[in-house]
Design a protein around this ligand. Structure first.
Ligand SMILES: Cc1cc2nc3c(=O)[nH]c(=O)nc-3n(C[C@H](O)[C@H](O)[C@H](O)COP(=O)(O)OP(=O)(O)OC[C@H]3O[C@@H](n4cnc5c(N)ncnc54)[C@H](O)[C@@H]3O)c2cc1C
Length: 431
């Protein structure tokens, strides 16, 4: 019987362990935390958007980095098979807006329980509280892992195994599923990416993605708490547009967040990867009135100004903008707030239109890994066989999940990457 070790008990690792056990392997799953799936617990705001019930084309359209690398993994184990697996373990799922799939209970813990049940049924040996510290590689073959001591007393481990520091575990195949670097408090600290690099694999720089932006302009802080729907955003680096999209966003005490901004941040990370020496400013440009052309917006302003002809400029924008935004727009327009509306010139109105159609901010930085939903970068996909997830340079070593340089937009796609690559790694490790 083939012996398989899986390192990391997140989405990819649990799935890899299940697939390997289903294919007849004797599987041991190591997790440094006190329980499996700590990150899954916080996904989807505690509801776990477990996958997206879309057609394959839409799945690949939502992958930001290396979609082609994922073809075999996804077609081998897609959203439909995942849904079947979870529901067969008694956790019913529902599909919401945007084809996002959640447990009917709205509790991510039910997803984790379904996986725990399956692992138990298949007899996977789960060793918790045990941090793997490195790989054992002999003649370019991975033959085992080194473990450190338990983080907590052995009696709290699932199988009461007491491990001494430096203990070695050997197996025929090793699957790494240690995740990326985002939300490190969940256990994802990039360990496997470091080992892969030390073993000779090319590593793409890890960058936070699906992450809010810090904005340099002070006036943004005045908008804290303001959420905008139906806004168009563009992210530019010099003359190049890195991202353009439409949707919802939120102003915060540090800058901007919300679905539209998170999507923009993934393209920001991809741009920074391609242009490592880029030092100029990156600008975020909002079109606050995207349903109107400049001419239409101008006409709308003329109408509003006629309606409020006896008012001061600062009191004339209530029909057009949310109240929180008015003060900032008035300030940026450089029109005297106390000026009677009927005295506003065409030039002043034109400038106001340009601000509303092109509200520009400077991206200072991202909020970093502690607030990033995913990691962009990781093990270079050219170092991995896409049909098996095995390393091309170290045999017997497999990769899956977020530690690979493949990531997606929000909507359940990132977890599906973990499920699909985990399944392929587990299945292939038994051949
Ligand atoms: C707040 C938040 C919300 C999210 N919401 C969603 C969502 O709703 N839908 C979606 O599709 N995606 C979501 N994601 C992204 C998704 O959770 C990840 O892409 C996915 O969990 C990655 O799975 P993984 O198994 O590759 O890695 P991880 O989940 O990071 O698992 C890696 C595991 O390996 C363990 N480990 C690491 N190093 C060692 C070691 N040395 N020894 C032993 N164990 C080790 C870690 O403790 C961890 O349990 C969200 C992410 C965050 C942070």
């Amino acid at each position: 019987m083939i012996k398989v070790i899986v390192v990391g008990g997140g989405a990819a690792g649990m799935m890899a362990a299940i697939a390997a056990a289903e294919n007849g392997a004797e599987v041991t799953l190591f997790e440094k935390n006190e329980k499996l799936g700590k990150k899954i617990y916080i996904t989807g705001k505690g509801r776990c958007n477990v996958t997206n019930d879309c057609e394959p084309e839409a799945f690949f359209e939502n992958i930001v980095s290396n979609p082609k690398f994922l073809y075999s993994a996804y077609y081998g184990f897609d959203n439909k098979r995942l849904i079947e697996l979870i529901e067969n373990e008694g956790c019913k799922l529902k599909t919401e807006r945007g084809n996002r799939v959640f447990p009917v209970s709205d509790h991510s813990s039910d997803i984790i329980s379904a996986f725990n049940k399956r692992l138990k049924k298949l007899g996977v040996k789960i060793i918790l509280n045990t941090k793997i510290t490195g790989l054992i590689i002999e003649d370019n073959i991975c033959v085992g892992v080194k473990a450190s001591s338990h983080n907590t007393p052995p009696e709290r481990s699932s199988n009461n195994d007491s491990k001494k520091s430096g203990e070695i575990f050997r197996a025929d195949r090793i699957i790494l599923a240690t995740g990326g670097m985002s939300y490190p408090t969940t256990g994802s600290t990039g360990d496997g990416i470091d080992w892969a690099g030390s073993a000779g694999h090319k590593i793409e720089i890890c960058r936070p993605a699906l992450v809010p932006f810090n904005i340099n302009e002070e006036w943004v802080k005045e908008l804290q708490g303001l959420s905008l729907k139906n806004v168009s955003a563009k992210l530019t680096a010099g003359k190049k547009t890195i991202y353009s999209g439409f949707g919802e966003m939120l102003f915060t005490h540090f800058g901007v967040s919300g679905p539209l901004i998170l999507s923009a941040s993934s393209f920001y990370a991809a741009f920074m990867e391609k242009h490592k020496d880029y030092k100029e400013d990156t600008k975020l440009k909002l079109d606050l009135k995207s349903s109107l052309t400049e001419e239409q917006l101008d006409k709308r302003l003329i109408r509003d100004f006629e309606k409020y002809s006896n008012k001061l400029f600062k009191n004339s924008l209530g029909d057009l903008l949310p109240s929180k935004l008015i003060g900032v727009i008035v300030k940026l327009s450089k029109i005297d707030p106390e000026k009677p509306v009927n005295l506003i010139t065409k030039e002043e109105r034109n400038h106001l239109v340009s601000i509303l159609k092109d509200l520009t901010m400077t991206v200072g930085s991202t909020r970093g890994f502690s607030e990033a939903i995913i990691t962009h970068g990781g093990v270079n996909t050219k170092m991995i066989n896409p049909s098996t997830m095995e390393s091309k340079i170290i045999s017997g070593l497999y990769f899956c999940g977020e530690m690979i340089d493949a990531d997606a937009l929000t909507g359940g796609f990132n977890l599906q990457i973990a499920w699909s690559t985990g399944h392929l790694a587990g299945e292939s490790a038994c051949c």
